[in-house]
Ligand binder design. Structure first.
Ligand SMILES: Nc1ncnc2c1ncn2[C@@H]1O[C@H](COP(=O)(O)OP(=O)(O)O)[C@@H](O)[C@H]1O
Ligand SMILES: [Mg+2]
Length: 288
């Protein structure tokens, strides 16, 4: 039985940058349960990165509380928080200082007090699960953005944190790396980890995440399953988000398909369409 207790809670969080007069987060509240994968969607500048930085302790709310596993992160302290929360920032360039990915992983694991005798084994396992075995001895400065992104995921996951926070996971990744990342996120959730990401990429969200939240005007204005949120046309328009293609198309065609489920990805849509059309009568029959 999986534990569905809260992993991360933001309660009435208010935040503004010193150089700006406007608040970015304006009384934002959300509870994210353990074993959930959630994509936070919002227009450019809506505050997604700002929200994620609160969860990983890089920013502090001016009002309100951020809790991880029920403990106020201000009380927990940054060092302790990093044991529970791994962060994969949008720009991986700032994550690498060592001459090779392997050295970077060794330093990270030593930092987290992994016993020396376990480190080699741990690195092999994490490299295999992320698919970066061939990159371990490479100098980070010679790697492509996509390879660096995967390596930064390996570093963030190396000490097995319970919560993984990813800013714009698909930024700069091609199809192969996107698929690898979607698989990694699904595997994390299968092992009851919590994954929280910001994303604009609906196709990717539909493959990798179970839940979606919309961030608009400094608050979470919608939160639920993919089909609940991505079929909420009015809320998407209010948040200045593009209506995803499949929900838009399917909403128009729903009476033809007479289906109960609401597809998000092209594959789900095609499977419903083929099932419906495959009966040899075409789509819109008189009896529909
Ligand atoms: N370090 C900063 N100093 C001042 N303003 C910032 C800083 N970082 C972000 N902002 C501003 O805060 C708002 C939210 O930014 P951000 O959280 O990066 O949004 P998103 O990730 O949704 O694009 C934007 O108006 C942005 O210009
Ligand atoms: Mg951002």
């Amino acid at each position: 039985m999986l534990n569905k207790s809260p992993a991360v809670e933001l309660i009435d969080v208010w935040f503004k940058y010193l150089s700006n007069s406007d608040y970015v987060l304006k009384g934002l509240s959300i509870v994210i349960n353990r074993g959930t994968s959630i994509a936070i969607m919002g227009a450019n500048g809506s505050g997604k990165t700002t929200l994620l930085k609160h969860i990983v302790g890089l920013l502090k709310p001016q009002r309100g509380v951020v809790k991880v596993f029920g403990i106020d992160v201000q009380v927990m302290g940054f060092q302790e928080l990093t044991k529970y929360v791994g962060f994969i920032p949008q720009n991986p360039n700032y994550m690498f200082f060592a001459p090779s990915i392997r050295d970077e992983l060794i330093i990270t694991l030593k930092n987290f007090k992994y016993p020396d005798k376990c480190i080699k084994d741990r690195i092999e396992r994490i490299a295999e699960s992320i698919g970066i075995g061939s990159l371990l001895n490479e100098d980070p400065s010679t790697l492509s953005y996509g390879q660096l992104r995967l390596a930064s995921i390996a570093i963030a996951l190396s000490h097995d944190p319970e919560v993984v926070v990813i800013d714009e996971p698909t930024m700069g990744l091609d199809k192969r790396y996107r698929e690898a990342l979607a698989r990694i996120i699904r595997q994390l959730v299968e092992s009851n980890k919590t994954v929280i990401a910001s994303s604009h990429d609906v196709e990717f969200v539909s493959k990798a995440f179970n839940e979606v939240a919309i961030l608009n005007e400094g608050r979470i204005t919608a939160y639920g399953s993919l089909s609940e949120v991505l079929y909420d046309y009015m809320e998407l328009v209010r948040a200045r988000l593009t209506t995803p293609t499949v929900p838009k198309l399917f909403s128009e065609l729903r009476k033809c398909f007479n289906a109960l489920n609401k597809p998000i990805s092209v594959e789900e849509f095609l499977s419903i369409a083929m099932e419906r059309l495959g009966d040899g009568h075409g789509c819109c029959r008189a009896s529909d």
